[in-house]
Design a protein. Structure first.
Length: 437
């Protein structure tokens, strides 16, 4: 069974200094199909000449260069964003750029050129003529799903079985939390899924239900759907912990794009209450993430809050290894999102045994370990109580406490090998449904 893997999101990877959670997931997929799988696999990419195919060897060179550009193997002690955070939490002048690294157009152009040079600039081959009969077209990154023109070639290849991953339909469920372009883009993704998909991959049962409702509203019959939670990304799991964040105070970590649906504001209000209660003993809050929609407005509000100057720090551009360091040393991970399709930081924190306080929403109930504290995302007093409870646990633990904080078996045992075994079984079932192969 041949695979046509849509690598559009990975190709655009150099535009960001560090990967987002979905980027690390896509890297897992690409490594599996191009490095580890015995299947015949081609990268499918949009070009000025239409959608083109590129061979395994070329893709592997690109993946290696992308890992270097992000950089996935960087020692945190060489990460300017990590060193900047270290300075700030220790209360010393920041010599590394407090607001984190920036990527201007010139830098983005140089990074894209570097990727092209590493892979070799070629025209590729026409996707419609190159993919073998009965291939699977696998689209995980969603970018081209929002652009109908990029999927037009599927009309001429009825034998190809398109399998799409939809991470969520949050822009359709709660449009108030996203920019208007995000809503129209998701409408397009749903329509293209209705028009083309032979199968669907989702990460939680909650996402499956919401996506199924959206597809039905656009006239789709029930699609074969695989609901399969993500394991911890390899780059995160394999990063070596050698120097935790150096601070005398405990700190809490919140991860993810700085945007309205992530609900950072409730934590700012909680920190005001904590400071009134604890004074100089108030723990630190570290916000790790890039600015999303309305992110600059949210950051400005945070920085204008008096308690923020000494107790709230925004960290942008942390490498994957630095993020693991920050999470491993945290008193707890906080995730107060109003809505999520999955919640990768929860799975990552659980793998480290870091206590978790998260919003009580469908996706979090599925992926959080039993020890996690789940709180209504608008319950400020509840969040304050939960955070104080986690702080109290930091005292010498009893045997019962240590058992309660241990990661759940499901989280710690999930592997990418098992994940892809189930994915292969799913795609094989689609092959049998179509009667080809």
């Amino acid at each position: 069974m041949a695979i046509g893997y849509d690598a559009t999101r990975l190709f655009l990877g150099p535009l960001s200094l560090t990967p987002r959670g979905i980027d690390r997931i896509e890297m897992e997929y690409a490594r599996h199909f191009f490095r580890d799988s015995a299947e015949d696999c081609f990268a499918v990419l949009p070009t000025p000449w239409g959608m083109r195919c590129y061979p395994r060897e070329q893709v592997l060179r690109g993946l290696k260069r992308l890992e270097e550009l992000w950089p996935e193997q960087l020692d945190p002690n060489a990460d300017p964003a990590w060193l900047s955070l270290q300075d700030r939490v220790r209360g010393i002048p920041d010599e590394h750029g407090a607001r984190g690294p920036r990527v201007g157009l010139a830098t983005q152009a140089r990074r894209m050129t570097s990727l092209l040079r590493a892979t070799g600039i070629t025209l590729g081959s026409d996707v419609g003529r190159t993919l073998p009969q009965g291939s699977i077209y696998l689209n995980i990154g969603q970018v081209s799903l929002a652009i109908p023109l990029l999927l037009r070639w599927l009309r001429q290849r009825a034998d190809v079985r398109p399998v799409f991953m939809l991470h969520d339909v949050i822009p359709l469920q709660t449009p108030e939390y996203v920019e208007p372009a995000g809503v129209s883009g998701h409408v397009s993704m749903v329509k293209q899924t209705v028009r083309h998909a032979a199968g669907l991959i989702v990460s939680t049962q909650a996402a499956k239900r919401a996506i199924g409702t959206a597809l039905a509203e656009h006239g789709a019959p029930a699609l074969p759907t695989l609901a399969l939670p993500f394991p911890v990304p390899s780059a995160f799991r394999e990063a070596i912990l050698n120097r935790p964040l150096s601070t005398a105070k405990p700190y809490f970590l919140v991860c993810g794009a700085i945007e309205p649906r992530k609900n950072h504001q409730i934590l700012v209000e909680v920190w005001k209450k904590l400071h009134a209660r604890l004074g100089p003993e108030t723990p630190l809050l570290i916000i790790a993430g890039a600015s999303g929609w309305q992110g600059q407005i949210i950051e400005s509000r945070i920085r204008r809050t008096p308690v923020a100057s000494n107790h709230i720090h925004i960290a942008k551009g942390l490498s994957t290894a630095a993020l693991k360091h920050a999470m491993a040393g945290a008193a707890g991970l906080l995730m107060p999102s109003f809505i999520e399709g999955f919640g990768l930081p929860i799975v990552e924190a659980a793998s480290l045994g870091t206590p978790i306080v998260a919003s009580d929403i469908e996706a979090h109930r599925e992926v959080a370990p039993p020890s996690a504290l789940l709180v209504d995302p608008i319950d400020g007093p509840g969040w304050e109580r939960a955070i104080l409870s986690v702080l109290d646990r930091r005292r010498p633990a009893t045997a019962a406490d240590r058992i309660a904080l241990r990661p759940s078996a499901d989280t710690s045992s999930a592997t990418w090998q098992g994940y892809f075994a189930q994915l292969t079984e799913f795609t094989r079932s689609l092959e049998q449904r179509s009667g080809t192969g």
